[in-house]
Design a protein around this ligand. Structure first.
Ligand code: NAD
Length: 331
């Protein structure tokens, strides 16, 4: 049993990771600006704190063996395409202070959550994109400040490992989705936003949904249970270099919307509107992940989306008054 700190434990992936680590018998401290929004945390101890602040990082990393650093000021394309300064400023402060506090407090292993957003724009110009290998990150040209921040912190981790002997592990997540994640309010990502729109369409009887851009942009999506498995496997591995953690099944946003509509049991019409689309195509090359771990994500998109959709439909239903639902369905 180890003593573990999970930062960002009030967020989507951090919350699930705490539950996973507790189920494996570890003692876990969570740290975040807020408690998880949708269910209680399983953490043994929870610090409400601001990890941009050095003192808060020192307190959070005290008396733990391992740190999983997930805290970040982030969101989907709608958020990261127009909050560059805020993202760079807040996340660099969080990451600089968290890893230095971990070093000062003698932490024995450190996990950092990077992103597929580190990959250069010039390799992601086609919908039928070549899957991205870890080495493709350079020469660097991420689309947004979010990607530059992740690349910078990857470099920071490499040097803390080389200069101070703090073993660091890194994963580049490719679009993680699942229940208990942000699904509304501006920071939600594409799978959650589409589940929300389709749930509203189903519950109100108005079957037209909006999609940003032409909807032909492609991505791969990885279910949260595979993600937390992968995080812990990477942490326990000998690989000090960043590894992709994602699915390698490519799908367009239009096809994703129709897939969710089939799960919801409705037909939808898509209205394309202008909005941030991100890169044209992005997929994960899992060769190195397979080589290092002998494992890769396996949960089917259909299976993961069914669970995610069911949860989001339940959340959306809570926001609609019964009379409003009946009236609109009847109309
Ligand atoms: P999330 O927004 O649900 O969780 C991040 C958490 O960090 C939030 O609860 C937030 O309150 C907390 N946080 C922000 N600023 C903080 C501060 N100053 N002090 C303390 N806590 C603070 O996001 P997530 O989807 O769970 O992502 C977790 C990590 O994975 C992040 O580092 C993110 O960049 C990375 N990532 C996620 C995805 C994805 O698809 N979800 C993809 C690539 C990378």
């Amino acid at each position: 049993m180890s003593r573990i700190l999970v930062t960002g434990a009030g967020g989507f992936i951090g919350h699930h990771l705490v539950t996973f680590l507790r189920a494996r018998g570890h003692w876990v401290r969570g740290a975040d600006l807020k408690h998880p929004e949708f269910t209680r945390t399983d953490a043994d101890e929870f610090h409400i704190c601001d990890l941009r602040r050095w003192e808060d990082c020192l307190a959070a990393t005290r008396d733990v063996d391992e740190v999983y650093a997930l805290a970040a000021d982030m969101g989907g394309m709608g958020f990261i395409s127009c909050h560059h300064a805020e993202i760079l400023h807040n996340n660099l402060l969080i990451n600089l202070h968290t890893i230095e506090a971990a070093r000062v407090n003698g932490v024995s292993r450190y996990f950092y959550t990077s992103s597929a957003c580190v990959y250069p724009e010039y390799r992601q110009t086609e919908t039928n994109v070549t899957p991205l290998k870890e080495a493709d990150a350079y020469p660097a040209q991420p689309q947004d400040a979010y990607g530059w921040e992740k690349l910078t912190t990857e470099t920071l981790c490499e040097h803390y490992s080389g200069d101070y002997g703090l073993p660091t592990r890194m994963a580049r997540f490719h679009n993680i989705y699942g229940p208990n994640g942000t699904w509304d309010g501006g920071r939600e990502k594409a799978p959650a936003a589409l589940c929300r729109k389709i749930a509203r369409a189903k519950l109100t009887g108005q079957h037209e949904i909006e999609v940003w851009g032409d909807g032909e942009q492609t991505r791969s999506f990885c279910y949260i249970d595979d993600c937390v498995q992968g995080i812990v496997r990477i942490m326990e591995s000998d690989c000090a270099e960043p590894l992709n953690l994602g699915s390698d099944r490519l799908i367009s946003i239009n096809d994703l919307a129709h897939l969710i509509a089939r799960i919801a049991g409705i037909d939808i019409r898509i209205r394309h509107i202008s909005g941030p689309m991100g890169v044209r195509g992005r997929n994960s090359d899992n060769s190195k992940l397979r080589e290092v771990l002998g494992w890769e994500p396996t949960i089917d998109l259909e299976e993961g989306l069914a669970t995610t959709y069911e949860w989001i439909e339940g959340e959306v239903a809570k926001t609609l008054r019964p009379a409003q639902r009946r009236r609109t369905v009847a109309a």
